[in-house]
Design a protein around this ligand. Structure first.
Ligand code: CP
Ligand code: NVA
Length: 301
């Protein structure tokens, strides 16, 4: 049984998952490879894309998704994670969890009888990274390019560091001091990069970083759970906005990605978000296709 809590958990399968996602995206779908299978989707935080894409993916593969908010589960009244995992995984074939604390998902998986998928924690967002890689492959046809992330070195960035390292892509994170990605994940990514040839960097010099970038990426300045620090974050991250001026420094054919939701005039301007270089809506759609591939891999016979 395989859990996918981190991009590291699919390091040997990432290319196959992307290939299968392209097949699902192109093909008619037809048969129902997950007929009779159920997926519990546990949400401790809000979601638009993750919830809808997982729910629709299960339906389209012939399976059944159950949406479970932690506030409706006994978890919200004090039942411990271990007992929730022991009971829940007697009923279902897989569990997707969006949680505040990554360690809670690890704890759940340690007591689960079925595969567990990380649908975002404070540490990682592996399903998002898969959709991002598919979007880059579709538009550019290769991973032999340079991506620059501008903004907060958060959960999305941590997963992107691992995905780019595995796929041999060059990746620079431009963030203010104090907003760097997780040091352990960076160390792990650098180790992988030694073998794949990917050039990974973290810098505070945003304008220098974006020179010749072929992919520009950003995410919100205030992630779910960071709301108390909002005022300070908005101040600290101000110089790390993707706007037309910054975009001009990148490669003329550069594509812009954002995992969404976007907060206009904070991390990105409307002009760029919905401009000709933006691929964000394809990127959002691709959540569906990569998750179908992931569910097929984990829950298929
Ligand atoms: N990108 C992403 O995970 O979006 P949601 O928070 O809407 O699920
Ligand atoms: N970094 C953001 C991503 C949302 C999809 C958050 O954790 O809120």
């Amino acid at each position: 049984m395989q859990h996918v809590l981190s991009v590291l958990d699919i390091q040997d399968q990432i290319r196959d998952i992307l290939k299968q996602a392209q097949i699902f995206k192109e093909g008619p779908g037809g048969d129902e490879p997950l007929k009779g299978k159920t997926l519990a989707m546990v949400f401790e935080k809000s979601s638009t894309r993750t919830r809808i894409s997982f729910e629709v993916a299960m339906y389209q593969l012939g399976g059944f998704p159950l949406y479970l908010s932690t506030s409706d589960l006994q978890l919200g009244r004090g039942e411990i994670i271990e007992d929730t995992a022991r009971a829940m995984t007697r009923y279902v074939d897989g569990v997707m969890i969006r949680a505040r604390e990554h360690q809670d998902v690890v704890k759940f998986s340690n007591h689960s009888r079925v595969p567990v998928i990380n649908g975002l924690t404070n540490l990682e967002h592996p399903c998002q990274a898969l959709a991002d890689m598919l979007t880059i492959l579709e538009r550019k046809g290769t991973f032999d390019l340079k991506m620059v992330y501008v903004g907060d070195g958060n959960n999305v960035v941590n997963s992107l560091l691992l995905a780019t390292a595995l796929l041999g892509m060059d990746f620079t994170v431009a963030c203010p001091s104090g907003y760097e990605p997780d040091p352990e994940i960076l160390k792990e990514a650098l180790k992988i990069a030694e073998n794949t040839g990917s050039n990974l960097k973290v810098t505070h010099q945003v304008r220098e970083a974006v020179m010749d970038a072929e992919v520009l990426y950003t995410d919100v300045w205030v992630s779910m759970g960071d709301e108390e620090e909002a005022t300070q974050r908005l101040k600290d991250l101000q110089a790390y906005q993707i706007n037309s001026d910054l975009l001009k420094l990148a490669d003329p054919g550069a594509m812009v990605l954002h995992c969404l939701p976007a907060i206009r005039d904070q991390e990105i301007t409307e002009e760029v978000l919905n401009g000709p270089q933006s691929a964000v809506w394809d990127q959002a759609e691709n959540r569906l296709h990569v998750q179908k591939a992931l569910l097929y891999l984990l829950l298929g016979d």
